[in-house]
Ligand binder design. Sequence first.
Ligand SMILES: Nc1nc2c(c(=O)[nH]1)N[C@H]1C(S)=C(S)[C@@H](COP(=O)(O)O)O[C@H]1N2
Ligand SMILES: [Mo]
Length: 325
Amino acid sequence: MSNILIRPPWFVPEREATPERVYLGRREFLKALGIAGAGLVGTSRTGLAAADAVTAGRVPSGPSDAQRHYPAQRNPKFNPGWKLTDEEVVSQYNNFYEFSLVKNRVHQMVGKFVINPWKIEITGLVEKPLVIDMDELLQEMPLEERVYRFRCVEAWSMVVPWTGFPLSKLIEKSKPLSDAKFVRFETFNKPDQAPGMKGSNYPFPYFEGLRMDEAMHPLTLVATGIYGKPMPKQQGAPVRLIVPWKYGYKSIKSIVKLEFVAGQPKTFWEVLAPNEYPFESNVNPAVPHPRWLQSTERVIDTGDRIRTLPFNGYGDQVAKLYGKA
Ligand SMILES: Nc1nc2c(c(=O)[nH]1)N[C@H]1C(S)=C(S)[C@@H](COP(=O)(O)O)O[C@H]1N2
Ligand SMILES: [Mo]
């Protein structure tokens, strides 16, 4: 109930009440009824198709109730006026090995993935071990939208508006002990829902890690949405990490666990190829991957080749973490 009181003023009531597409579908449907009521011949094909999709349950939905948190207000500090990458391209070009190794197939393989209910465990060297329900987290955390550059180690990139909150907020809540120097993150382990996990030789569940100062950095985001909507399953629903100055694999998807540890944890890709995907993995155009250059990147919707920037363009904010201020 308190959610009604904390409802921010920028929400448009219709968008809050129902998912956008359901809302538009209903409006179209009512229009169609209006036409029928007036005795005109024919039906609105759009209207009826949309209404059918609603009743058949084909309209995508996030965790129960999640929809009303979107869109969140864009933080003007992270609204640099860059051209956003095309939303449809972004949602159909994914690395999520739990589902498929083929980027343009991932979005077709997520149908069985259950994202509600969803819990995140916070454990290890903390004063207050916690299990947090996703719905509670959305309620509690101050959601905002931030436009970030995103750079995969495979030399493709995009610019997208994430919705989320600083990871530091979640860390503060769990009160790590002073000997906690790193955070280890883990993804779900559900081979029955994620076809790529079944019989795979990869060391699933996917795991990643950050130094404590990296995790606490104000740019490090826990993302629950993108393009003003709840996170699509193929992009790491219901909750993922975004570390914009590091290669994409550090931005672990569909997180179920955070563990505070004293020593540097191993990471999924580091275990597979330590010389290609080291723990730190800051974007660096001057250091080629052993098998390709990192000096440029391909923008995934336009195909443009652009120069890769040190720390993916976030050097002013993060270089000091690495003694390079
Ligand atoms: N659990 C999990 N998280 C993951 C991956 C993965 O395979 N599994 N792939 C990573 C890689 S290599 C990249 S580039 C990004 C891709 O995110 P996107 O599909 O939203 O662009 O997710 C990262 N997070
Ligand atoms: Mo990646």
